[in-house]
Design a protein around this ligand. Sequence first.
Ligand SMILES: [Zn+2]
Length: 336
Amino acid sequence: MTETTRRGMLKAAAAVGTASVVLRSGPAIAAAPAQSKYVPLPADAKPLPMGPDGYRLDRIGPEMYAVTAGGTQSAFVVSNRGVILLDAPPALATALPHAIGKVTSKRVTHLVYSHHHADHIAGAAAFGDIVRIAHADTARLIRADRDKARPMPTRTFTDRYSLTVGDQHLELSYPGPNHEAGNIIVHAPRQRAALMIDVVLPGWSPFSAWGTADSVPGVLRSHDVLAKLDIDTFVGGHVHRLGTPKDIKVSREFTYDLWNETRKAVAATPSTPFFGQVEPGHNWAAFKLWYDAVADKVEPVIYRKWLHRLAGVDVFTRDNIVTVATSQMLDAPKDL
Ligand SMILES: [Zn+2]
């Protein structure tokens, strides 16, 4: 779209969003600053109040809890033999032990790594010499990065792993490469909850580069697997709140919508003419023009449908169109 059209859409969207904030929340909660060039956050994507100790402790199931602070999230399950921790983000280094101590006097005996990224597990060393479980690819990535803050897993698996600790039972499974190779789903059937990090972010559109995905089609396939789980609560690892099956459904609808709209635009936009518009042999410049032409077709369609349904649509959608267009050329999946 032209820059004028784009600015017009954003201006109109910002006006609607700001009005709804004032009507619903009153003057106590500040709307986005007037100078912000981005659409204000939808009501269900805004930060929630923190507890007195600077974090949120949410009870998910009879023996499962989530801890959230500063847009980072992890969870733990209390068994009669000890606590099973799901990730140890450094941003929650103080909050996690504090929150666990509020709920139980039992010590942490098991730590499940969701994936190898430092923002989710680089607080692990503080929990000492405990059982650490991860996918085999996560172990390989940790070994390659040689970070003492991420001690090696003591148990690994490739497809499925049933973790029983005392009276608690968790099902760990791997849907294939997605946000990162080795990023797993943790299902706690008795808690009617599941955790998968950095794939579904409740209330939000994806972060830059399809949530920095190792496999763009893998992120879509992971949504399919998550959508089939019989759960009440979902832990996504970031943003401000927990999710529900509806959040998984909406995120899946968005990711498929962006994928399908981009596929249509790629099919309707041959790249050959762009090579005639640049210095002979300047392939990067030709591809940049082609990406821009594809994004110009997809962006307004996505804005029309999604600008007010998910947070951040106007921030990274254009970048994500480029990521998806590249994936369609290189991953070229046949089953999506
Ligand atoms: Zn990650």
